[in-house]
Design a protein around this ligand. Structure first.
Ligand code: HEM
Length: 131
């Protein structure tokens, strides 16, 4: 009898491991209000209309879903174009990471997935931090 060939082990995408669309949308919806309420970061979202913020939140969800290997097509701008001129500093970035950590803990994301999320976010740092 011919032995069936074992398929190579497939690692689920980060999108799947995080829990798919709903889990990633919940992450963005948990994170954005923390950033807006932060005394140092709030300035980036000050005096913006609710609809604009909701559109941006949706773009963030789409971007994160696509980047994690999900079946979405991100239609927003690239990270350099989006953030150029905002003068986001290394200090802003570190505060952002603190809030992201709080969000991931709040939503009880497992350590392995947290690490992968942080690794991906860190890979965008050079495109976002200017000063
Ligand atoms: C300190 C860190 C950050 C700050 C202060 C910040 C700030 C902002 C602001 C103010 C906008 C709205 C821009 C506009 O409407 O013209 C924006 C858009 C966006 N940001 Fe960030 N951001 C940060 C980090 C990140 C990170 C880490 C990611 C993803 C990995 C990200 C993804 C996006 C996306 C996808 C958009 C929407 C793009 C579009 O409008 O086409 N941002 N960000």
């Amino acid at each position: 009898m011919v032995k069936p060939q074992a398929l190579p082990p497939q690692r689920a995408s980060l999108y799947e491991r995080l829990g798919g669309y709903d889990a990633i949308a919940a992450t963005a919806r948990n994170l954005l209000p923390r950033l807006q309420a932060d005394p140092q970061l709030g300035r980036f979202w000050a005096h913006r209309g609710t609809d604009g913020i909701l559109r941006e939140q949706q773009l963030l969800i789409d971007f994160l879903c696509q980047s994690a290997g999900g079946p979405l097509y991100y239609r927003g701008r690239d990270m350099v174009t989006t953030h150029r001129g905002m003068r986001i500093t290394a200090a802003d970035w570190n505060i952002f990471l603190g809030h992201l950590g709080d969000t991931l803990n709040d939503l009880q994301v497992r350590a392995a997935e947290q690490q992968d999320v942080l690794q991906f976010i860190e890979s965008t740092r050079g495109d976002i931090v200017e000063a």
